[in-house]
Write a protein that binds this ligand. Sequence first.
Ligand code: FES
Length: 174
Amino acid sequence: MATASESKATRRDFLYIATGAVGAVGVAGAAWPLIHQLNPDASVLALASIRFDVSSVAEGSSVTILWRGLPVFVRHRTAAEIEEARAVPLSDLKDPESDEERVLEGHEEWLIMVANCTHLGCVPVGESGDFDGWFCPCHGSHYDTSGRIRRGPAPANLVVPPYQFVSDTVVEIG
Ligand code: FES
């Protein structure tokens, strides 16, 4: 038979548990709109990857497009530019990376890179500098025809974003 004190304790335990449960549900309920708000909305998700038809970019020229708010160079390289990039020994490079690693096999003429200097983020100027690639006028970094840092304060090569060709002429970045 339960004594009065045992029965009181049981009732008290129940109240503690019930209050805790209601509190937990309340916290979860209050947190949900906040967590939901932190998820990217549909317009942001749509920008996570972009498609670009490269057929309008003539050999020897570049365009700059926007991806996730970043400028991205799409360069249609000439055979001479590719040859020049591939002739460089890796031992000459501050950030050793072969040209083959920076482009897609079968699409070697397309060089796609985030257009921010890896020093402090300025946008380098194309077809200039001492290595026929890009020159960053902010503090004098020179990149070659593969977008690799060759001289100046930038510590690394221009960044190649993830991308793939989804048809002969359409590239998907992101
Ligand atoms: S930002 Fe390009 S060299 Fe400094």
